[in-house]
Design a protein around this ligand. Structure first.
Ligand SMILES: [Fe+2]
Length: 155
C-alpha cells in the first residue's frame, strides 16, 4: 500500500530532485563529448543554467530565511563556483566548431568543467540540499518547486 499521498516525502525532497538533475547534467555533458555539436552543448547548458538559477533565486532564499543571515559562507562558495561554471561554458561556446570533433581547447574546457562539477555537485549533495530538506517546511519546499516552473535559463 502507498503511504498517504498527501504527505509523500519523496515528492518534496530537494535532495532527490536536485541529485537526479546532477545526474542528467553529467549524461548531457557526456553526450556533448561524444558528438561535439553545439546542439548537444545547448541541451546541457539549458538544464544546468535553469538548475543554477533555481538554486540562486529560490533555494538560497530558503536558507537565508531560516538562518536569518544576509550572507552565508556555503552559499557564497556555491555562487562563486557557479560563476566559474558559467565562465567555462562561455569558453566552450567560444571554441565550438559545427560539424567537427571537439578541438583540444574544447576538450580541455570540458574536462575542467567535469572536474569542477564533481566537487560542486558533491558539496551541494552533502551540505546544501539535505539542510533544506531537514529545516524547511514542506509547504516551503513545494512552493520552491512551483517557482522552479517559472524559471528560464539565465545564460
Ligand atoms: Fe550548483
Amino acid at each position: 500500500m502507498r503511504p498517504s499521498s498527501k504527505n509523500d516525502d519523496s515528492m518534496a525532497s530537494v535532495y532527490n530532485f536536485m541529485s537526479a538533475e546532477h545526474e542528467d547534467e553529467r549524461i548531457l555533458l557526456e553526450q556533448f563529448k561524444n558528438t561535439g555539436t553545439k546542439q548537444a552543448f545547448d541541451k546541457f547548458v539549458e538544464g544546468i543554467s535553469r538548475h543554477m538559477a533555481f538554486e540562486e533565486d529560490v533555494l538560497f532564499g530558503v536558507v537565508l530565511r531560516h538562518t536569518g543571515e544576509k550572507d552565508n559562507m556555503l552559499l557564497d562558495e556555491i555562487a562563486l563556483q557557479h560563476s566559474r561554471i558559467k565562465s567555462l561554458i562561455k569558453d566552450v561556446y567560444a571554441n565550438i566548431q559545427e560539424q567537427t570533433n571537439p578541438s583540444d581547447t574544447v576538450k580541455g574546457k570540458v574536462s575542467e568543467l567535469e572536474e569542477l562539477l564533481r566537487s560542486h555537485d558533491s558539496m551541494e549533495e552533502s551540505d546544501f540540499y539535505p539542510w533544506i530538506d531537514e529545516f524547511a517546511a514542506k509547504e516551503e519546499i513545494n512552493d520552491a518547486f512551483e517557482k522552479l516552473k517559472q524559471i528560464k535559463p539565465n545564460l
